[in-house]
Design a protein around this ligand. Structure first.
Ligand code: ACO
Length: 401
């Protein structure tokens, strides 16, 4: 029997890189990360400056259209997005098909995928204008879809978008407002929420973005591609970590119990990991986690709350950062470690956390998808494999096996 590796050597060569730790799948102008130094730039702009000074809509314009907008471009862009916030009434009917306790990410996968059955013009992906319209539709409808998933779970009627509000203010109202009652958007909460969206907007070739690119590389419908990205984001090793991190902090419950959990995370016979810790690329610190920690303080001050779970998080971070295991493996809090604490203080149930991540990451997904389709060198994504099964053998009739 010929060694299968020799067989491959005779035909063609390829790299074997499980998890793509050192394989670039594309060229991109969108996002730069230096994991060793803890640097994240979007088209050159540091994430800290964007989080401090810009709005999510400015960052969306930057990622999708290439530059930060001037004020005319900003009004044009926000008006365009606003025009697409409504959901086709037929789509509202989809929600009733789900159980009330359905996970919002299950609903988002279904409803976003179903958009492909409503906008047939968007299937002409060779037309850049149609691609941009599909991108606007997705960015605009995600808050409506996510807010409706929340309303369905709590048994309240859906609220239509109020397009006099900002992108984020409108989302907060659709989520927490009730019919016939005025909902006043708290500017501190609106700003915090907008900042969370900025911090999640794009992060180069993470698993869900790579999924969107891979699905899109076959020429698939854009809504179907984004639904694929949502499915990938849902996993606890990716976007689902914010939900898992807060659940873990509640389970720890008191700083006294932190050593027990640190010991478990270090125990190779225990599958437990500190959720919200570690990152494939950041080996120094995740700059988004730093901004997120500051935002917790701002939101707590504005809401006049002090969730004890924040103390558990701060002490857990400190103890882990001083622990040899975490130092040696370069494990630091990632963006998901603190985001859940803020979202919970604002009033979101944990099941909504990843849906909010999906809402924000849609901007990166559509920007990356557009960049890929516009690339003249773009080819269908088709990784190779290292085959480890049997080599050639002859068929044996069933009565002879
Ligand atoms: N707790 C304890 N140990 C950990 C943790 C953790 N959170 N993360 C990694 N390690 C250890 C691993 O056990 C492994 O140890 P070993 O070398 O002895 O085998 C080593 O550190 C490297 O870990 P890998 O899983 O190989 O690293 P990878 O780059 O594949 O995974 C990941 C990165 C998935 C983020 C991982 O750190 C993890 O599971 N973290 C918890 C989940 C999480 O917070 N995910 C959010 C990521 S950010 C985002 O998606 C927005």
């Amino acid at each position: 029997v010929m060694d299968i590796r020799k067989l491959y050597a005779q035909t063609d060569a390829f790299t074997y890189d499980p998890g793509f730790t050192s394989t670039a799948s594309c060229e991109s102008e969108l996002t730069f990360i230096d994991g060793g130094k803890g640097i994240l730039l979007h088209r050159g702009y540091p994430i800290e400056q964007l989080a401090e000074h810009s709005t999510f809509m400015e960052v969306a314009h930057l990622l999708l259209r290439g530059e930060l907008p001037n004020s005319d471009q900003y009004s044009e862009f926000t008006n365009t997005i606003t025009r697409h916030t409504m959901l086709h009434d037929q789509l509202s009917g989809f929600y009733k098909g789900f159980r009330r306790d359905a996970h919002p990410m299950a609903i988002m996968c279904g409803v976003v995928g179903a958009l492909s059955a409503f906008y047939h013009d968007s299937s002409d992906i060779s037309d850049p204008k149609q691609r941009m319209i599909a991108s606007h539709r997705l960015i605009a409808k995600m808050p409506t879809i996510a807010a409706m998933a929340y309303k369905y779970a709590v048994g309240q009627p859906f609220l239509y978008p109020d397009n006099n509000l900002s992108y984020t203010g409108n989302f907060l109202r659709m989520t927490f407002g009730v019919p016939a009652e005025e909902y006043v958007v708290d500017p501190v909460i609106e700003r915090a929420m907008d900042r969370i969206f900025i911090l999640h907007a794009d992060h180069e070739q993470n698993a869900s973005t790579s999924t969107v690119r891979l699905a899109g590389s076959s020429g698939a419908n854009p809504f179907a591609c984004i639904a694929a990205g949502i499915a990938c984001l849902w996993g606890p090793a990716h976007g689902g970590a914010n939900e898992a991190a807060l659940n873990m902090l509640h389970e720890i419950g008191h700083p006294d119990r932190i050593p027990e959990y640190i010991a478990r995370a270090k125990d190779k016979d225990d599958p437990f990991r500190l959720m919200g810790f570690g990152h494939r690329v950041y080996k120094n610190h995740d700059p988004r986690a730093t901004v997120m920690q500051e935002t917790v303080r701002e939101v707590f001050a504005a809401l006049k709350v002090n969730d004890p779970v924040f103390d558990v998080a701060l002490q857990l971070e400190e103890m882990a950062l001083n622990d040899d295991y975490f130092k040696e493996k370069k494990l630091f809090p990632n963006v998901d470690f603190y985001s859940g604490i803020i979202l919970s203080a604002i009033g979101f149930p944990t099941s909504m956390f990843t849906a909010l991540f999906a809402l924000a990451r849609t901007v990166g997904w559509v920007a990356q998808w557009n960049e890929m389709i516009s690339d003249p060198g773009q080819r269908i994504g088709r990784p190779r494999q290292l085959y480890t099964g049997p080599t050639h053998r002859d068929y044996v009739p069933i009565d002879k096996r």
